[in-house]
Write a protein that binds this ligand. Structure first.
Ligand code: FES
Length: 139
């Protein structure tokens, strides 16, 4: 029996207990793409000031999104969930551009295309749109 089937048989309450103890530590069979994401980020807020620097990124854990200021100065965004083992460890790779998972070194281009074996399932990328100091991130 696969983990997902096991959790479905236990029901929602038990699933919550199991998943809440696994956050950041265990793997999942598959990650569902993030749908209906519509995030407004005020770049003047303290928690986003890091994005003023090229090659820097901010993790928005509640939305499972990583927003980065690319090495070329563009705002880019990706899912925090790696397509390899679904760990929430995607970062912006400032030394090479693109995305890097710190769990097992999966690498992805800025457009989400995988660059090595662990990145072969590609990475979900979001659309970014800048309007003044407000950055909109959508799926
Ligand atoms: S979970 Fe990201 S490389 Fe394995």
């Amino acid at each position: 029996m696969k983990r997902k089937e096991f959790i479905e048989k236990l029901g929602i309450g038990a699933a919550f207990v199991l998943t809440s103890t696994c956050l950041g530590g265990c793997t999942r069979d598959n990650a569902e793409p993030i749908k209906d994401l519509d995030l407004l980020i005020d770049l003047t807020k303290d928690e986003y000031l890091e994005l003023q620097n090229f090659g820097s990124y901010v993790v928005i854990k509640d939305s499972q999104v990583v927003v980065a200021r690319s090495n070329s100065g563009e705002y880019v965004a990706a899912t925090l969930i790696c397509s390899h083992d679904q760990l929430e460890q995607i970062t912006y790779n400032d030394s090479e551009g693109g995305w890097l998972c710190t769990a097992h070194a999966a690498r992805f281009k800025e457009d989400g295309e995988g660059l090595n074996a662990n990145g072969s399932k590609n990475l979900q990328i979001f659309t970014t749109e800048l309007d003044g100091d407000i950055l909109r991130v959508t799926s």
